[in-house]
Write a protein that binds this ligand. Sequence first.
Ligand SMILES: *Cc1c(COP(=O)(O)O)cnc(C)c1O
Length: 430
Amino acid sequence: MTNQELMARDLAHIWHPCTQMKDHETIPIIPIKRAKGVYLYDFDGNAYIDGISSWWVNLFGHANPYINAKIKEQVETLEHVIFAGFTHEPIVRLSERLCALTGMDKCFYADNGSSAVEVALKMAFHYHKNRGERRPYFLSLTNSYHGETLGALAVGDVALYKETYREILITTLQTPVPKDRSQESAIQALEVLEEILKERGYEISAMIVEPLVQCAGSMHMYHPLYLTKARELCQQYGVLFIVDEIAVGFGRTGTMFAYEQAGIRPDFICLSKGLTGGYLPLAVVLTTNEIYGAFYCDYLEYKAFLHSHSYTGNATACAAANATLDIFESENVLERNRIKAEHIAARLEAFRDLPNVADVRQRGMIAAIELKGYDPRERIGLQINQFCLKEGIFIRPLGNVVYTMPPYVIETDELDRIFDTIFKAMTTKA
Ligand SMILES: *Cc1c(COP(=O)(O)O)cnc(C)c1O
């Protein structure tokens, strides 16, 4: 089998995500035969460093021997069982560990990030309803991204994904995200938030935020003070606080969870992506006994949260998640990432002075370089993506923002290859 052959068979029957399929008349689709560590291998023998962790999911490399072994063990024992009326050991253990890590009390499972967001939104609305309050609106940040299902899309604000569907989405409220990483811009944004809450807080169920980094929103970063104060303000107005840690959770920003840097305790935490180390689809919404209690009563009061997904609580996925947490516990991951993040910071310096760079930003293991001076029709991000692929580096810029969010097992010389190649792409294309 060659790349060519598999690509032709793919295009005959497959419609790929987030893709204008006509692009593939000229841009090859790359069949991946196998992967190991940070490397993806195609059918023609080329290797690519997975510079974005396969869409932000992979933490400890592809074909990680430890996670592989734990998954194999699990499928030989129990691959999956309906999760209403039944339970299993991997999920009980996982839930205990997630609650211990976050200080939350209860876990509700789903199977992808968007569904976790839907769960948190529905639960927040339903919580108020069970207590006799009608709060039909949700509040989110401008430039936010929370997934692609209709509810998640409605609280999101990336026009590229949202605009087409606007007329069929529920009405939500948006408040400005701080415009940069400064404390001043956080304070400005908080003033607007306070106005909105004063005026309409009584009809808002919950505020949902991506803590510290809006990843799909071009890796936009803001000051933790915003989170600290926004949480406080929401509490004053009875508005629940949802942190969407789907992208930034599990160490991406330097702490296990990004919200920790703001010293807050949210009402809901949404997790997915890195939860299984990038192996299997799984998502969870963590919440408090306070929320749980508003649903807990005699059946005939009809206050139960009647939400489910067929693959909820999949045992194999939970085994992968437990294996991922084992690695966090045994390998001092956050500390080792700190050293890698310092190396990333040093490598980013060289980009600051390039004439086509508007901004360089980093938070932990997320690094972004924002370009300027290109017409969107040039699709500079795509050009850089294609250039880098030829050099054995896989990155996938967001418009004119080039970024890397690598698996944590990446070595210094591999990071160097990523930055050398991006630098070459940017100076060749400039
Ligand atoms: C990816 C992402 C989602 C959606 O998760 P899916 O598993 O792709 O549905 C939601 N919120 C954030 C912040 C994300 O990055």
